[in-house]
Write a protein of this length. Structure first.
Length: 292
């Protein structure tokens, strides 16, 4: 570039600068903002699992039924000490394996419960990814589980169930025992049963709700189910005087002195039930009705 060209270029640049300085301040700010907007934004720092768990609870767990919310509260007590301080992107297969080892070997917890706990971590990470707290392409950790042999369920015989039905001391107990034996209802489903769910004319009833830990909620599977009443169950219901909207719980509070107390007191009167532990009785009771 010769001297004349250099002078001409300098005048042009000076004119550009002069025009820019003559523009209103808001126009200059808009141009700077457009330039800043074009720049790639800095991603927010990744939270630790403890920091994100509060978000997870308020936006996801809070929408679930009561028993599931209690489940997440329980598993978090096992998750927090080991994984709580880790960033979400640091929770990998190794971290989940350490959690599994701690629960199985050091705390001697069952494989089923341990697996549910590890899955709760994966659900929280999946939620974080969907909410942008983790990159969209972040791969969730996955661990393999050894096959576990299922123990044979020792169910009650038909004769045992008939003995239970025959032992009813009043109409309330007979209706309850027939719901358990003939309709295969869970005790929580019996507690949530309302008269409007029952059609004696059509001999059907719809299971719409369940009681868990004293709270009324959806059924165990979250679905309504229609059941046909056996002739003797329909007859027993016709002879049972309603005391409120619920079949068994007149106050609707599901206290320990309501249906659960009736079941416990009645079952403990039978010698063939006394031999089993509480957990075994509940398991055997449910599977006996389903298999009979």
């Amino acid at each position: 570039m010769d001297a004349a060209a250099a002078v001409e270029w300098g005048r042009a640049e000076a004119l550009k600068l002069f025009r820019a300085l003559c523009q209103p301040a808001d126009v200059r700010a808009q141009k700077r903002g457009a330039t800043d907007h074009d720049a790639k934004p800095t991603p927010p720092p990744i939270k630790t699992l403890t920091e994100y768990w509060a978000v997870f609870e308020s936006s996801h767990v809070a929408e679930l039924k009561y028993s599931t919310r209690v489940h997440y509260e329980t598993v978090w007590a096992n998750i927090r000490p080991l994984l709580g301080a880790l960033r979400l992107d640091q929770i990998d297969e190794k971290a989940l394996t350490q959690l599994r080892t701690h629960m199985r070997q050091e705390r001697a917890l069952s494989q089923g419960y341990t697996r549910q706990t590890c899955e709760a971590v994966r659900v929280a990470l999946r939620h974080a990814r969907s909410e942008g707290a983790l990159p969209k392409g972040h791969e969730l950790p996955q661990i393999t589980w050894p096959k576990q042999r299922r123990a044979k369920v020792d169910v009650y015989s038909r004769e045992d169930l008939e003995a239970l039905v025959a032992s009813a001391r009043n109409t309330e107990e007979r209706v309850l025992f027939l719901l358990l034996a003939d309709a295969a209802l869970r005790i929580g489903e019996c507690a949530g049963l309302m008269w409007r769910d029952i059609s004696l004319e059509e001999r059907t009833m719809v299971i719409r709700r369940n009681v868990s830990r004293g709270r009324l909620q959806d059924t165990a599977k979250g679905e309504d189910g229609e059941i046909t009443l056996s002739p003797r169950l329909a007859e027993a219901l016709r002879g049972y005087t309603p005391r409120g909207d619920f079949v068994f719980v007149p106050d609707g509070r599901f206290s320990a002195h309501s249906i659960f107390h009736v079941q416990k007191t009645a079952l403990l009167t039978h010698s063939w039930v006394k031999e089993a532990s509480h957990e075994a009785k509940e398991w055997r009771d449910r599977h006996s009705r389903a298999a009979a």
